[in-house]
Design a binder for this molecule. Structure first.
Ligand SMILES: Cc1cc2nc3c(=O)[nH]c(=O)nc-3n(C[C@H](O)[C@H](O)[C@H](O)COP(=O)(O)OP(=O)(O)OC[C@H]3O[C@@H](n4cnc5c(N)ncnc54)[C@H](O)[C@@H]3O)c2cc1C
Length: 400
């Protein structure tokens, strides 16, 4: 039989050699190989390449809100997300409160961020035809030596007065049992049902073929001139919204993340009958049907997304101090907050690879920070508007 020596090239899988290797094939096999080769060239030439403006990695609150504001501008996007039921966005309570901390101060940028978030969520509710935004007043009970008198005598009371329900009128006795005489009632508070929002947005993106349920590995990225390639997708930019998992991504692992684990419960209590959020070290958030979300703990040493016995003990003890009723734990969850050393979000482009960006660092306040800063980032990306220095990752470029 006559043989021909040929180089393997793109037919390595048929011929069994490496690309540069020369192998012998019989003349009888030649037409088959020619046919396979033609098919291969045809496939390479006509393979469908999806062209998008933005690839987004991660669909927690950061990725979802970023995608939403890009879609609003008719940008083409594609999201890659490995669904994680323990992600901060799936686990977090989504509570928002403009008056925080033991000193009851106005939270950072509350007057700008809170109205923006409200408007954005109401629009997203229309976009997804589902409700997620729940406004409920919050009763903040003093922890330690604080008292309502301290509140009234504060010189900066004007700063926060419009968030307080009549400073002079002190709420007393939640359903006749929980004494809240030294508390303040805050308005403009409530919660976003973050897990429902994530799931609804995900469904829509899957239907529209804009989302792949997959784990993204940075070594799968290819660069050609100013373009980025991932599998059969070509993008102008890629934005990482990976939450605390950014610490595993070498493009951004140099940023000073200080991830914080948190645990919370959903409980059932028939007697509690609470229609406002209670806050005293922990929060008790009414969800309806005698169910309440209770949280949260903070630990920095353990980055494991599983609930712990210690977390359960801490929450149970604090809850028993607060409510004199029996309760049943329906679920106990844990997640990792993407917290940053200076507690501010992280927005911007990689110092060297300018088509790679990050939207992260939502920390403990993803529900209110995500809408405003997603839109802010989109204005930077699309209109070249300057990023606020406090959130721009340039503040950490020296660490790169
Ligand atoms: C216990 C707890 C309680 C909280 N309570 C509140 C609260 O009351 N109010 C509030 O505002 N905030 C709260 N938070 C904080 C809030 O949840 C976070 O700020 C927010 O969810 C962070 O969103 P994110 O999108 O940045 O990250 P994440 O929610 O972690 O989302 C990241 C997503 O990216 C995916 N991903 C990561 N890497 C990859 C990869 N390589 N490939 C594919 N997919 C990837 C993950 O699977 C995930 O889906 C709480 C958090 C916790 C843990």
């Amino acid at each position: 039989m006559e043989y021909l020596k040929i180089q393997c090239l793109d037919l390595t899988s048929c011929l069994g050699g490496s690309k540069d290797e020369i192998v012998e094939v019989s003349l009888l096999e030649l037409p088959i190989l020619q046919f396979v080769y033609v098919i291969l060239i045809f496939k390479q030439t006509f393979t469908f390449m999806l062209k998008v403006d933005y690839l987004i990695v991660g669909q927690g609150m950061a990725g979802t809100l970023l995608a939403y504001f890009l879609l609003k501008r008719n940008k083409e996007i594609f999201i890659i997300d490995q669904f994680n039921p323990s992600s901060a966005s799936m686990v977090g309570a989504g509570l928002f409160n403009p008056i925080t901390g033991s000193r009851n101060v106005k939270t950072w940028m509350a007057d700008v961020i809170f109205p923006f978030a409200e408007k954005a969520y109401l629009n997203i509710e229309l976009f997804l035809n589902q409700s997620f935004y729940h406004k409920i007043n919050l009763i903040k009970m003093p922890v330690g030596g604080q008292s309502q008198d301290n509140m009234r005598n504060r010189t900066d009371i004007q700063e926060i007065a419009h968030y307080l329900v009549d400073v002079e009128h002190i709420p007393f006795n939640v359903n006749g049992e929980i004494n809240t005489s030294d508390s303040i009632e805050i308005t403009g508070t409530g919660y976003i049902d973050m897990s429902a929002l994530i799931i609804a947005f995900r469904k829509k993106m899957l239907l529209e073929k804009r989302l792949a349920e997959s784990e993204f590995a940075v070594n799968e990225l290819k660069f050609e001139e100013d373009l980025i390639f991932w599998k059969d997708i070509r993008a102008t930019k890629i934005i990482f919204c990976e939450g605390y998992k950014a610490i595993q991504n070498h493009y951004f692992s140099w940023l000073p993340f200080v991830p914080a684990k948190g645990e919370l419960f959903t409980i059932h209590s028939k007697e509690l009958k609470l229609d406002k959020i209670l806050n005293k070290g922990i929060f008790v958030l009414p969800l309806g049907d005698d169910k309440y979300r209770v949280g949260s703990t903070y630990t920095w040493s353990d980055l494991d997304e599983t609930p712990t016995v210690g977390g359960e003990k801490e929450l149970c003890e604090k809850l028993r101090e607060l409510i004199p009723f029996t309760f049943r734990i329906l679920d106990h969850k844990a997640g990792i907050r993407p917290t940053v050393k200076d507690r501010k979000p992280l927005l911007g482009l990689h110092p060297v690879k300018r088509n790679i960006g990050i939207f992260n660092g939502l920390g403990t306040k993803g529900s209110t920070l995500a809408p405003y800063f997603a839109n802010h980032f989109v204005e930077y990306l699309e209109e070249n508007k300057a990023l606020e220095r406090t959130v721009d990752i340039r503040r950490f470029y020296a660490l790169h």
